[in-house]
Design a protein around this ligand. Structure first.
Ligand SMILES: [Zn+2]
Length: 243
């Protein structure tokens, strides 16, 4: 119970109202179609694995304002976890702290980073029907580039469809000027290329863009990103369950 209260603390009452509006089709579905609703809410087959990128000794990219992306990734993942909890979706987090534990024999920063990445791969692959959503922030040498972008693994055809759905909702809810499209992840992202099931990675925005960096430092925008990712996941799988 304490845990639920802690999770809900990430969502204010106004947040819940907007969330309900965003997810209105599902609420409507719950009221009018009991069989579809029970499948939607009580689907215990699929497990969402949320991966807040980096953490521990690896802070990832650093924003113009000096904040490591690991902090933003965790804040967004916690909010998605809280929203998913409201819908009875099972969620596993690959980390829930900025601190990470490393094995004793990982005696260099590189070895600790490699061991942590392998730990995440093993965790995801140990869960039957896991759907991985890895949360990151982007960075570029120039200040111009902006916009969320979704990457997918080619291990399942479903990953590409989930990525396209998520990209579309992120674009529409965060910034309609964003012209980015969902693309296949590059071969050098170890986690994404070594998990067996459906996996997408979301670069929520550019920490090198002053406007987007400023937005990503606010609770409001982190919550907006989290709603967008959650509603994409729920509408993608909610629709699939009904069909
Ligand atoms: Zn990253």
């Amino acid at each position: 119970m304490k845990n639920i209260v802690k999770k809900l603390a990430y969502l204010g009452v106004p947040a819940l109202i907007v969330l309900m509006l965003l997810l209105y089709p599902h609420f409507k579905g719950l009221l009018t179609d009991v069989s579809a609703a029970s499948e939607f809410v009580l689907d215990t087959q699929r497990v969402l694995v949320l991966d807040p990128g980096h953490g521990g000794e690896d802070g990832g990219a650093v924003s113009l304002s000096g904040v490591h992306e690991s902090v933003i990734n965790l804040e967004i993942a916690r909010r998605i976890d809280a929203i998913m909890g409201l819908f009875g979706e099972e969620v596993v987090m690959t980390r829930d702290s900025e601190e990470l534990e490393y094995p004793d024999n990982a005696n260099t920063v590189r070895k600790r980073k490699v061991s942590d990445t392998k730990r995440r791969v093993e965790l995801v692959n140990s869960i039957e029907n896991a759907v991985l959503i890895s949360i990151h922030q982007n960075i570029y040498p120039g200040k111009q580039p902006f916009g969320a972008q979704v990457f997918y693994s080619d291990k399942t055809p479903e990953a590409k469809d989930l990525a396209i759905c998520t990209q579309d909702i992120l674009k529409r809810t965060l910034n309609p000027k964003n012209k980015r499209t969902a693309v296949k992840v590059s071969k050098d992202i170890y986690l994404m290329n070594n998990v067996e099931g459906t996996a997408i990675m979301i670069e929520c925005g550019f920490l090198s863009n002053p406007e987007e960096d400023a937005l990503l430092q606010t609770d409001e925008y982190r919550l907006r990103v989290s709603w967008a990712v959650s509603s994409a996941y729920l509408s993608f799988y909610g629709g699939a369950n009904e069909g």
